[in-house]
Design a protein around this ligand. Structure first.
Ligand SMILES: *[C@@H]1O[C@H](CO)[C@@H](O)[C@H](O)[C@H]1NC(C)=O
Ligand SMILES: *[C@@H]1O[C@H](CO)[C@@H](O)[C@H](O)[C@H]1NC(C)=O
Ligand SMILES: *[C@@H]1O[C@H](CO)[C@@H](O)[C@H](O)[C@H]1NC(C)=O
Length: 435
């Protein structure tokens, strides 16, 4: 309660200062009149956390909002102005993103709960008819919630939303609108809850606890400090292998799209999956997915159900299943596996083809992966002094060099071009970098 009163005071105080500050540089200055803007690295108990349609994680506290793991603090009414209308105080009790099938009209909409009201947003726009009483949309779900999180079928038994209030959890079936109540007294009271990378997190204080969304079970060592995982704080983070770079400083080691459409880039000891922007873009240690790749990756390519990772003169081939498994007998040498020697800068296979294009310095070497033994079938010049990575998709070939890339219709056009096309900049949406 005490915290709540403080927050109320701060938001009202801001209401009376003209042009309330949103720049955290000013707001955190000690003793300055704007010291009211909270700093999430000091440890905040969030009111609500959810993903938005674009995959940004939204963190709410009182009338404040942080967008993403390293966004700066802002007033939540800047993004969601109607949150103010009801109580003239933009606090949010709970929030989630609806996960229904794309053809259903509430797909990807974000729901906010404030006292006895529910707000339904499409991007930053409040839907007509909202806010409503919570029970109009979610019959049986109580007012004054603590937390809410979506749980799609496969992770829960049916498409569901979990609503938390005290130690009670209301499991709402989005198709039948039926409600089941459970009591998970072993879990801390969750003041916010988040589904992130297919896992479920209950936030309490500045800590969080991961739980099983069906049983509520907690396995592993919890609680953990949210500042080490869900936000970028200078004195936190576990050895932080990856500092989110500025887009202008991005430099890839390798990039590929596998058969099932999963796109990855590799940089030093981390990888990032790029086709799941919807869930946000996040970096993970390479060894989490490919446990033998302890020294990073020079080049990568995918063909049918396999992904080839090249490091030094070794080739590692993994089967692309739900989990990547190293095929027996690997790694093998470049010479033995592909009939080439020397450092590989980049490699790619175009969709529905079985020829790998291997880039070494200013030469592209083609190797037919259906032929034994493997031999170079064609050599073409590369119109670049050096490239970092390359990717071939149905729409053409992208060649990455530093923070820029070049697009070609196909490999021949690339090899034959006299002039590089206009370079394009890597954007935050592509690679999770910051402007
Ligand atoms: C947001 O809230 C603050 C503080 O309550 C107020 O000063 C400001 O005018 C509001 N902004 C908008 C866009 O409603
Ligand atoms: C919300 O954003 C999505 C994707 O950017 C777009 O397709 C949709 O039309 C937007 N909806 C509104 C109401 O602006
Ligand atoms: C957070 O978790 C640590 C243990 O990891 C515990 O010592 C601490 O009391 C917790 N703090 C809060 C505010 O929940």
């Amino acid at each position: 309660m005490e915290l709540f009163t403080k927050t109320l005071f701060l938001c009202l105080a801001l209401a009376f200062t003209n042009g309330a500050p949103t720049d955290p540089e000013h707001s955190t200055a000690g003793g300055a009149p704007h010291a009211a803007m909270p700093d999430r690295c000091e440890g905040i108990e969030f009111d609500a956390i959810t993903l938005d349609r674009q995959g940004n994680t939204l963190f709410f506290k009182g009338c404040h909002l942080w967008k993403g793991f390293h966004g700066s603090v802002q007033l939540s009414n800047e993004s969601f102005k109607e949150l103010d209308d009801v109580h003239h105080l933009g606090h949010v009790d709970a929030a989630f993103r609806m996960h229904n099938k794309e053809d259903l009209e509430d797909h990807d909409h974000v729901y906010f709960f404030q006292d006895d009201k529910v707000f339904k947003y499409d991007n930053d726009t409040l839907e007509d008819g909202y806010p409503k009483e919570i029970q109009q949309d979610f019959p049986g779900v109580p007012s004054h919630l603590d937390a809410a999180v979506e749980c799609p079928k496969g992770e829960c038994i049916t498409d569901s939303v979990l609503f938390f209030k005290g130690k009670d959890v209301y499991v709402y079936d989005t198709a039948t609108k039926k409600l089941k109540t459970k009591t998970w007294s072993h879990l801390p009271v969750c003041t916010s809850a988040l589904r992130w990378a297919e896992h479920y997190y209950c936030f309490h204080g500045h800590n969080f606890t991961r739980f099983n969304p069906i049983t509520g079970e907690v396995s592993g060592t919890y609680p953990k400090d949210a500042r080490n995982y869900f936000m970028k704080c200078d004195s936190f983070g576990h050895g932080s292998q990856y500092k989110t770079p500025k887009c202008s400083e991005v430099k890839l080691d390798a990039i590929t799209t596998d058969d099932s459409g999963r796109t990855y880039f590799f940089k030093d000891l981390i990888y990032m999956r790029l086709d799941t922007q919807h869930e946000g873009l996040h970096a993970f240690p390479i060894v989490r997915a490919w446990k033998e790749m302890t020294n990073g990756v020079d080049a990568v390519f995918s063909v049918t159900d396999k992904i080839y990772l090249i490091k030094g003169d070794q080739v590692y081939i993994y089967k692309t299943t739900a989990q990547y498994t190293l095929i027996e007998g690997y790694p093998k040498s470049l010479k033995e596996e592909l009939g080439i020697e020397g450092h590989v800068d980049a490699a790619f296979v175009c969709p529905n083809e079985h020829t790998v294009h291997i880039i070494q310095g200013q030469t592209i070497r083609d190797v037919d992966l259906n032929a034994t033994p493997r031999v170079v079938t064609r050599e073409l010049p590369l119109p670049f002094p050096h490239i970092d990575a390359a990717l071939c998709r149905p729409q053409g070939v992208d060649v990455f060099e530093g923070s820029q890339y070049y697009h070609y219709e196909n490999v021949l056009k690339m090899a034959m071009s006299r002039m590089a096309p206009v370079p394009l900049d890597i954007t935050p949406a592509m690679m999770g970098c910051i402007e």
